[in-house]
Design a protein around this ligand. Structure first.
Ligand code: ASP
Length: 438
């Protein structure tokens, strides 16, 4: 039988009304057997996510302050959901156990994880689904990374025993038994892990937007939704700042070749975005799949006559960055010069040290660091098939009177990256979008 894993984000489970909507989505399709839940999110723009309330509680307890006031806000949020749904469910024992653990200064991750734990208990009760605690089926290694294979095996074994289950997102357990969370937004990863374990036909990720958009709606008015995008395209877009899904959520489903469907809980009739292994049906109308970009990059430029004939030059430059734990983004180079693009914040507090070390390592004619670079990635599998796509990107930017500071096209031809001054960022993005989307 067809199996779907459904993950609901915090805004989809923020209050009783949303819980009821979520239940109707789940019950509309018996294949939706496994549900991953986030903690209650914001009900309005100025609201506070329950996860953040838990972080506040942790901080208060750590600094020996009274947590009563903050904790009662959390209890009120859950009680309002339980009452709003008319559920006969007494979880006061759970509230007490969590509070006492917080007062006894259990870890920060434990505190944060209780948001999804309590929400999932309520959702399981409401749906009449089993509750499977993530702490028994998601394992981290000593170094804090996910133990993917142990997790997959344990999750598979456990879920085989349940027709339907709710699994809290966001956390798992360390080898010493303490709770550990993924980074923020990590319930997406749990959904992906569950999908792989049950070999789902599809991983539906329900949120509050109807899928990924071709560009950032804060910059482009009403951008077009993306119907289909490949895992690789999405990774390029999310790395460059498009945020719909946690970056690390792609890996487990990619391994198992399971498509992800981003859907809108408030508009279940919308098809959303399909994230698939290969985006063969790219949009021939637009050629590109999406555009994303970020500010906050710096360019380290090293100039040296006869650089090209010196073997090992590049390695020595990169070694300096490695020794300073700085990772690089791009490496455009010429005959006698080489530039390294890095995130500006990676240079914080280390600028002078890096400059001195570079001078020592390569005896350059000049080494400079320039800040204020923004990178824009134009992404799409369709680009390989169409001649002149790069030219269209560059022309669009130059016709808008903007100077391009850097160009990089990966050899896979899935994306073209241009660097522009930060103050030209919005205009450059608009120019590219306008060129491809008519
Ligand atoms: N509740 C967590 C957060 O706010 C995890 C999640 O919702 O995915 O980041």
């Amino acid at each position: 039988m067809n199996v779907k894993v459904v993950k609901f984000g915090g805004s989809s489970l923020a209050d009783a009304e949303h819980f009821a909507q979520v239940a109707s989505i789940i019950k509309a399709d018996p294949a939706r057997r496994f549900v991953v839940a986030s903690a209650p999110g914001k009900r309005s723009k100025d609201d506070i996510k329950v996860t953040d309330l838990f972080y506040e509680c942790y901080e208060a307890s750590r600094t020996h302050q009274n947590i009563d006031e903050i904790y009662s806000k959390i209890v009120d949020r859950y009680n309002a959901i339980i009452e709003g749904l008319g559920l006969d469910f007494d979880i006061s024992g759970e509230f007490e156990y969590v509070k006492s653990a917080l007062q006894h200064r259990s870890g920060r991750d434990f505190a944060a994880s209780r948001g999804e734990y309590l929400n999932s208990l309520i959702l399981a009760k409401y749906l009449k689904y089993d509750f499977v605690d993530a702490e028994n089926v998601i394992f981290f290694k000593e170094n804090g990374t996910l133990d993917a294979e142990k997790t997959n095996e344990a999750m598979r074994k456990e879920l085989l025993q349940h027709k339907n289950a709710v699994i809290p997102g966001f956390y798992g357990v360390m080898p010493n038994g303490t709770i550990k969370t993924f980074s923020r937004g990590g319930s997406d990863i749990t959904g992906s892990i569950v999908s792989r374990a049950v070999d789902a036909d599809i991983y539906e990720n329900w949120t509050d937007v109807s899928g990924c958009l071709m560009a950032d709606p804060r910059i482009i008015d009403d951008p077009r939704p993306i119907k289909r995008v490949s895992y690789r395209e999405l990774r390029e877009l999310s790395y460059m700042g498009a945020s719909v899904l946690h970056e690390d959520a792609i890996f487990p489903v990619k391994m198992a070749n399971i498509p992800i469907n981003i859907r809108n809980t408030n508009r279940p009739e919308d098809a959303g975005t399909m994230i698939v292994a290969e985006n063969k049906e790219f949009d021939t109308d637009t050629v590109i799949t999406g555009i994303a970009g970020r500010k906050g990059f710096s360019v380290i430029t090293i100039e040296n006559d006869m650089m090209n004939s010196e073997i090992g030059y590049g390695r020595r430059v990169l070694e300096v960055l490695e020794n300073n734990e700085i990772s690089f983004e791009h490496l455009p180079s010429g005959i006698d010069n080489m530039s390294v693009v890095v995130e500006s914040k990676a240079l914080d507090g280390r600028r002078d040290k890096v400059l001195a070390a570079l001078n020592r390592a390569v005896h350059a004619d000049s080494v400079t660091i320039e800040d204020g670079l923004a990178l824009i990635a134009t992404v799409g599998h369709g680009m390989v098939k169409y001649k002149g796509t790069a030219a269209r990107v560059f022309n669009a930017i130059s016709n808008a009177g903007i100077n391009i500071r850097m160009i990089d096209q990966g050899s896979s031809e899935i994306s073209i990256i241009v660097g522009v001054e930060e103050h030209d960022f919005d205009a450059a993005l608009k120019a590219i979008y306008g060129e491809f989307v008519k």
